[in-house]
Design a protein around this ligand. Sequence first.
Ligand code: DX5
Ligand code: ZN
Length: 216
Amino acid sequence: MTHLIAPSVLSCDFANIQRDVEMINNSTADWFHIDVMDGVFVPNISFGFPVIKAINKHAKKTLDVHLMIVNPDQYVEEFAKSGADVLTVHYEACPHLHRTIQLIHSFGMKAGVALNPHTNVSVLENIIADLDMVLIMSVNPGFGGQKFIENAVEKVKQTKELIAKSGSKAIIEVDGGVNLETGKRLIDAGANVLVAGSFVFNSENPTETIKKLKEM
Ligand code: DX5
Ligand code: ZN
């Protein structure tokens, strides 16, 4: 598959959210990446259901929702109702990960698991067959605009091997510090979906930047 681009709306202009959603609709982007932060799992608070519902009203592409929250099980149904197509939880926030994944699937969503930069890929060995996606964090979650952490490239390769070995159909997404240079190396390593926030929205022409990421 050719790689997918998921602009992160965390870096959009929230006073002009409809405009930025339409920009993504009309671009070569594939997904909307939506970051939910609770101020507990990560040291930042982003937004919740009203904002996701507002985005969903206008978005014409897959909603890829990345939960940086504790106790995600409690809210899985509400995220489904808000329009999430792919729901990703953090390995580090889920003591009963298998149950959480089943719950996400029971609401008809695809299920992803995110790994913080310090978490080994090998922890997914016993859950990989049930996953639709693995999200490799290439920054510490919580903020846009951070510097890319290099070990993500190696972790993408390790994830690809784990997927091949297990026969899983999971795809690999990478999130944090993605630009044309890091993005290229991640794709070469086996990444299927690239999230990009500040690189897209801080550029002069976000539509063109998305196109460049897509065509690289
Ligand atoms: C970080 C978020 C990312 C963030 C990426 O916690 O999960 O999705 O928006 O932003 P950039 O692309 O600016 O690193
Ligand atoms: Zn994210």
